[in-house]
Ligand binder design. Structure first.
Ligand code: BGC
Length: 441
């Protein structure tokens, strides 16, 4: 880690933390919440590394006041959380469940009272299970259902949420959820999963207009990006790198920014007018970044046009992900170069790392690797700003150690350690470090 002081950030830069509903809320059946695909998946034997579920996780649903106090202690100006669709519409259709919305109403008011902007994501992968039973995102109708849910939510919270985010990482929901089956709903469709990409995008576009009808706050989507590092120098390796880049980095962003689908990735389910709906202007592009991806040509009999290979030569997190802060600078500059004037303002909606953090004999949790990680990535953002990229915010993933999807409780991403038996929260040394970065602004 460099010892030179962190450079200044522009006035008004948004400092935040991110979480998502299923990963922290628990209270799986409280106040009329219906089941989501993640409840079903987590309760299916063999799906989750430690056989855990999100039934309780951080119990944030009952402890949100304590968690907002932790945020206030950090001095953040914004909190990105997600709203659980099955709390708002337990069956994925029909009238809103007022008790489900009441929770977010309280959360939003508590945030505002603490001087923190509520930033709400509508879909962080927890589709109501009844919608999955009619095809989920493979079914075009789910896009309309999503817009209806957006409307109901904005009718209640639209006067106070300061930034709306429609979808979180539609690429991950496509690839891990529907192509390889590692995440809920556990479908293994490989390239036949493409309708899921189009229907999520269509749902996004329809939700943008539903949100605008109810709220004057800006609207965004949070995509995740991974710069491609090509291994090998053959024409086949080059083609593989281009294919992976199109799939991971362009499949969602090209159509969102009015450029249609990248060549070779046009889902057959597109209807006249859909691309216009999808290209409805957004105010902010949310960028989630964790690491670049190594890619080379696949073996002859592979069903995919590329092979992903581990990147050598970098420190690694507990997830075995390489730590490459410069990748974030490259990504931001690359987005600007690729999309030019079509690119809206960017906020980094997720950036963070998992390490095996545990309290020491004094009960303190030291996580110097996370401090080094965040330090490097913040400097990378600053370097991109210096190169003229319009980046206006940074949200650390995550406030709390939480339930990390298929990895259960085995991966800790928090600035705050959580003992999942006692629910005791212990700020780590990275919490104090991040607070100091914010205070110095
Ligand atoms: C997701 C988070 C997840 C994080 C770390 C992102 O893909 O949006 O929900 O916890 O990465 O894996």
């Amino acid at each position: 880690m460099t010892t030179t002081p962190m450079p200044a950030f522009p006035t008004g830069f948004r400092w935040g933390v991110s979480t998502s509903a299923y990963q922290i809320e628990g209270a799986a059946t409280a106040d009329g919440r219906g089941p989501s695909i993640w409840d079903t998946f987590a309760h299916t034997p063999g799906r989750i590394a430690d056989h855990s579920t999100g039934d309780v996780t951080c119990d944030h649903y009952h402890r949100h006041r304590e968690d907002v106090a932790l945020m206030a202690g950090l001095g953040i100006s914004a909190y990105r959380f997600s709203i659980a669709w099955p709390r708002v519409q337990p069956r994925g259709t029909g009238a809103a469940n007022p008790a489900g919305l009441d929770f977010y109403d309280r959360l939003v008011d508590d945030l505002l009272a603490a001087g923190i902007d509520p930033v709400a994501t509508l879909f962080h992968w927890d589709l109501p299970q009844p919608l999955e039973e009619t095809g989920g995102w493979l079914n075009r109708d789910t896009a309309d259902r999503f817009a209806e849910y957006a409307d109901l939510t904005a009718a209640r919270l639209g006067d106070r949420v300061k930034l709306w985010i429609t979808l979180n990482e539609p690429f991950v929901h496509l690839s891990l959820g529907h192509a390889t089956g590692v995440h809920a709903p556990g479908r293994f469709l490989l390239l036949d999963a493409f309708p899921v990409a189009h229907h999520q995008l269509l749902g996004h576009g329809l939700a943008v207009s539903a949100l605008r009808a109810r709220s004057t706050s800006p609207v965004a989507i949070a995509n995740n990006y991974s710069p491609v590092v090509r291994y090998g120098d053959t024409d086949a390796d080059r083609a593989a790198a281009l294919a992976y880049d199109a799939l991971h980095n362009r499949l969602f962003t090209d159509p969102l920014l009015g450029q249609g689908y990248p060549p070779g990735f046009d889902p057959a389910v597109v209807r006249d007018g859909d691309l216009d709906v999808i290209a409805a202007p957004i105010d902010v592009l949310g960028v989630n970044y964790y690491n670049p991806t190594g890619v080379r040509a696949p073996e002859q009999d592979s069903p995919l046009p590329f092979e992903v290979v581990p990147l050598d030569g970098y420190p690694r997190t507990a997830f075995d992900w390489p730590v490459v802060p410069d990748g974030l600078r490259d990504l931001l500059v690359g987005l600007r170069d690729r999309y030019g004037d079509a690119l809206p303002e960017i906020q980094i909606t997720e950036s963070g790392c998992a390490y095996d953090d545990a309290p020491d004999a004094d009960g303190r949790v030291h996580d110097p690797e996370r401090i080094a990680y965040l330090d490097g990535h913040l400097r990378a953002v600053r370097a991109a700003i210096d190169e003229g990229v319009d980046v206006t915010g940074y949200f650390v993933w995550s406030l709390l150690d939480n339930w990390e999807w298929a990895e259960g409780f085995t991966k800790r991403f928090g600035l705050v350690h959580v003992d999942f038996d006692s629910q005791v929260r212990t700020p780590k040394s990275s919490y104090a470090w991040y607070r100091d970065q914010i205070v110095r602004r």
